[in-house]
Design a protein around this ligand. Structure first.
Ligand code: NI
Length: 245
């Protein structure tokens, strides 16, 4: 069930039965010479929509843009600053709360979003906003991490990972037809975090972070989406049992 396809009357009916909504959130940032710039929001949206269908939960339109200033040395990246993200999340949550949603779960595909989104939640609670707010990253479930480690061994890395690229290859296989596969050494540099855009380009010159995105396959992507969706469903069942004050 996607919010964008409902009428307000249908939302009113839904809110008589349920108070939960999923909001996919990702980034628009480079994912190596091989991966799609939309990788993070495409993957998060896919997992959220599978769960939304299976559990009859409304899924809001995807917040495609994320906090990726460190990727700005690569063409095509479009980044929010942390302050922008805090403001955007706050406005989304307040809008949904005003309609009667009480459990607002951001289904995340990009690590850089986590701190600002949680900061927005903290400020909303300082302001006495009612409800349960959470950000759940599909790639951070133990079973997903284990699966990616088992499949890709030491080549999963931290960015432009074959795990996330596999999901996009599963969903949008035609888009990979023209992408160049330049297999390169998977480096393991010493670095600190966070990095500026220039520092990022210096340490990770082709945009990968200790990953081998060319190992991605659509078949692996299908399996990863299934595991991530199954884990997310378990997490949501727990959240549905929470009593909201
Ligand atoms: Ni990514």
């Amino acid at each position: 069930m996607q919010l964008e396809n409902l009428s307000y009357v249908e939302v009113e009916e839904y809110l008589k039965r349920k108070d939960i909504i999923l909001v996919p959130i990702g980034s628009v940032e480079q994912h190596s010479p091989y991966g799609l710039i939309g990788t993070d929001f495409i993957a998060a949206e896919a997992v959220a929509r599978v769960v939304g269908e299976d559990m009859e939960i409304v899924v809001a339109p995807t917040l495609c843009y994320g906090v990726s200033p460190h990727h700005m040395a690569f063409k095509g990246t479009v980044a929010f600053t942390p302050a922008t993200m805090i403001a955007v999340i706050s406005d989304i949550v307040c809008s949904l709360i005003s309609h009667g949603f009480k459990r607002i779960l951001f289904i995340n595909g990009h690590g850089g979003n986590i701190n600002p989104v949680q900061t927005a939640f903290e400020q909303l609670k300082v302001d006495n906003t009612p409800g349960v707010f959470d950000i759940i990253s599909w790639y951070a479930f133990d079973k997903v991490r284990k699966m990616c480690r088992d499949i890709f061994a030491g080549n999963e890395g931290h960015h432009a990972t074959p795990g996330e690229i596999s999901i996009t290859k599963y969903l949008r296989p035609a888009e990979f037809a023209g992408k160049a596969i330049n297999e390169q050494k998977v480096e393991n540099p010493k670095y600190y975090w966070p990095l500026s855009a220039a520092e990022m380009k210096d340490v990770f010159p082709d945009g990968r972070m200790e990953s081998a995105p060319w190992l991605a396959t659509g078949n692996y992507g299908k399996q990863i989406v299934e595991i991530a969706a199954a884990e997310l469903k378990k997490k949501i069942k727990t959240m549905l049992n929470l009593t909201i004050l």
